[in-house]
Design a protein around this ligand. Structure first.
Ligand code: PCA
Length: 213
């Protein structure tokens, strides 16, 4: 079993991105899974190409992309990527697309294919705050979740994929001011648990994680 885990480089004027901080600390082998990592640029134009090249090279069974969601307090397993690019800020190429599709004439959305509810349950059992999220936003993280699942549609090597949005790390909140944060060690442990659960099961559990808003 092989896993590819990606993080993003810092964006929006920040000095670090907790996703690449955490991904760089992953062990090369977790519960029998060979773990490969790559950093993606926070760029609408370039990120999906770097991701596809890594998938072509590694030929993983599982792909987990990780990105920062400043302001969130939990490890958020994203359910869905939508075919929309609508940027509130510029990406690292200075681009700010408004209401553009990720893939012209692609489907409106793709679901992640990792067992997100089983992952959330296992994370909570390990004492880590976790949730199913029904929106990855409309910035580069949503773009990469949509692109990942679009690549999965016709890639010669079958893989399952998903996206994890993570809170700030404490050093960012020390600079930026009041917001929730999570220690990088806890984020690393969370990623390990997600990989273990995703390797173990292809079918998700049925638990109540729905939200009214
Ligand atoms: N978070 C951004 C893009 C890169 C990252 O780490 C997002 O949520 O879209």
């Amino acid at each position: 079993m092989k896993a590819l885990v990606t993080g993003f480089d810092p964006f929006g004027g920040d000095e670090v991105n907790p996703s690449s901080l955490a991904v760089s600390k992953l062990k090369k082998r977790i519960a029998g899974i060979a773990v490969h990592t790559v950093e993606l640029p926070t760029s609408y134009a370039k990120s999906a190409g770097v991701l596809r090249a890594a998938i072509d090279k590694v030929r993983p069974d599982i792909v987990l992309c990780v990105g920062q969601a400043g302001g969130r307090s939990e490890l958020c397993l994203e359910r869905i990527g939508i075919n929309v690019q609508d940027a509130r800020i510029r990406d690292n190429d200075g681009k700010q697309p408004i209401d553009k599709p990720v893939v012209k004439e692609g489907p409106a959305a793709y679901f992640a294919t990792l067992p997100i509810k089983a992952c959330v349950a296992a994370l909570r059992k390990a004492g880590l705050p976790a949730a199913v999220s029904n929106t990855a936003g409309t910035f580069v993280c949503n773009h990469i979740l949509y692109s990942l699942m679009d690549i999965a549609q016709d890639h010669p090597a079958a893989f399952r994929g998903g996206f994890l949005h993570i809170p700030y790390v404490p050093e960012q909140v020390a600079r930026l001011g009041a917001a929730p944060s999570m220690a990088v060690e806890d984020i690393v442990r969370g990623i390990e648990i997600i990989l273990e659960v995703s390797a173990e099961r292809t079918v998700d559990i049925q638990t109540v994680e729905g939200r009214i808003s």
